[in-house]
Design a protein around this ligand. Structure first.
Ligand code: SUG
Length: 453
């Protein structure tokens, strides 16, 4: 059973992105090495969705609070029309695929599955008005991701509808100086769920000062100014916020989000020794603001190199509190096939002195090939009992919902998706029919453009 660290029954809920029916490998994310390396590989959307559901079920079965985040409508016909592609839906698809394949593939991406990038979430214990705050991420570094936030906002409002408990902010100004990638660059620390704690915002560069350190090879997707804006919108107190710069060298080595090099939960930060610029100072600030119980478990490069972190996604694991007070890491199976990483994990959990005592391995290969590990697939939302009762219960995982969604995937999804399949006009009809049925399963109401038209 999951630990309940606080009064008022507060818990961490993980809302996992359900992989959409157009899951494919289009090499869209410059700076994300798995995405570039797997461009053109034939994907299996059915397997991808089932792997994701199995992760949700495994955590639900172990007593963790689990929810489901619906996928977006793809191909995104409205986005293509806004770029001048016209005619019937089938004509829009045919012309865009033929004349602008990179744009068309972007409009087909199932990237909304990585809900760690959907929004930044601050729990009510940290916010000035005592509500849970959500800011949808603008994801403006990549076209295929920049089109996500309007749908993300509609879904968040349908999942967390009660304004008494939940405050929703639209995405920040859509310009590179406010690049915002959501919870992938944000971690909340706390002595117990429901208690006030520290929020760590990690950025890659400054948006308004190009004399400051920045990566040279790959883009910094998150700016300090975006992180500061989110903290303001959420009504966070500076005394409980730390801003840290991700090390530019690791961004250049393929660490495109902080959650590929660090993860935190409760009083524990688990990170690589090269995660942050001025790392000792970052850890000292966290120690000072979070208190004496704060622990940093820092993995030395001599045990796990940055390249090992990129290929295994060790730090993209989920760090979860167990009922006995210890923590569990849910890691992707790539951690087991990397001998150095697996050896490190054995040493960490067997006889180690840290609270991390257990490792759970899951096969998420379809998502991993696009650079999305266990932590990318989930949005964490800490809720007390009253807030949890106000969540749209249709999106909360149960054994019955798992069975329904598994059958839904098997009924609607293809098991093969090559680039040439994306321009099949029938795929749009299949996706819409699947999503129409999904909105009923998850009790979301009308949330998709084809339903709202
Ligand atoms: O934004 N990959 C995603 C992976 C996101 C991982 N999320 C976190 N680290 N939280 C991205 O780069 C690849 C799509 C493609 O190439 O087809 C992609 O979008």
């Amino acid at each position: 059973m999951q630990i309940n660290l606080s009064g008022a029954g507060a818990r961490e809920f993980n809302f996992d992105g359900l992989v959409g029916p157009t899951h494919n490998y289009s090499g869209l994310s410059f700076g994300n090495i798995a995405s570039s390396n797997n461009q053109g590989v034939v994907a299996n959307p059915k397997l991808a969705a089932l792997q994701g559901l199995d992760k949700m079920k495994a955590l639900h079965d172990q007593g963790f609070a689990q929810g489901v985040f619906a996928p977006h409508e793809r191909p995104n016909i409205a986005a293509l029309r806004a770029l001048g592609f016209a005619g019937s839906d089938a004509q829009v698809i045919a012309v865009a695929a033929k004349h602008a394949p990179a744009i068309f593939n972007s409009a087909c991406s199932a990237s909304s599955m990585w809900t760690a990038n959907a929004a930044t979430v601050s729990p009510s214990a940290n916010t000035a008005d005592g509500r849970v705050h959500f800011t949808a991420a603008n994801l403006n570094n990549k076209f295929h991701r920049a089109m996500e936030h309007p749908q993300t906002s509609r879904l968040l409002r349908a999942m967390f509808p009660d304004a008494h408990f939940f405050a929703h902010h639209d995405a920040l100004a859509n310009c590179p100086a406010f690049g915002d990638e959501g919870a992938a660059n944000h971690t909340r620390f706390c002595a117990g769920y429901g208690k006030r704690g520290v929020e760590l915002f990690v950025y890659g560069a400054q948006g308004f000062d190009n004399t400051k350190p920045a990566p040279k090879r790959f883009p910094a997707r998150q700016t300090l100014e975006a992180s500061q804006a989110v903290a303001r919108l959420h009504g966070l107190d500076d005394a409980h916020v730390v801003y840290a710069q991700q090390h530019p060298d690791v961004i250049d080595a393929g660490i495109f989000h902080n959650d590929v090099i660090a993860v935190g939960n409760g009083d524990v930060l688990f990170c690589h020794e090269q995660a942050f610029l001025e790392q000792a100072n970052v850890i000292a600030q966290l120690q000072q603001k979070q208190g004496a119980n704060f622990i940093a478990v820092v993995v030395p490069a001599s045990a796990v190199s940055v390249a090992d972190a990129v290929s295994s996604y060790l730090f993209n694991s989920q760090l979860l509190s167990q009922s006995d007070g210890s923590m569990m890491l849910l890691v992707p199976s790539e951690c087991k096939t990397n001998a150095r990483v697996w050896h490190y994990l054995q040493t960490l959990t067997e006889g180690g002195t840290t609270p991390i005592k257990k490792v759970l391995v899951m096969d998420l290969r379809e998502s991993m090939r696009n650079g999305g590990g266990p932590a990318c697939l989930r949005l964490r939302v800490e809720l007390n009992a009253a807030e949890a009762a106000a969540v749209n219960s249709g999106v909360l995982m149960t054994p019955a919902l798992y069975t329904t969604l598994t059958n839904w995937v098997k009924q609607h999804y293809r098991d093969r998706m090559a680039e040439t399949d994306l321009c099949d006009p029938q795929l749009l009809n299949e996706s819409r029919s699947a999503l129409d049925s999904l909105t009923q399963i998850l009790q979301l109401g009308s949330v998709y453009p084809f339903q709202l038209a």
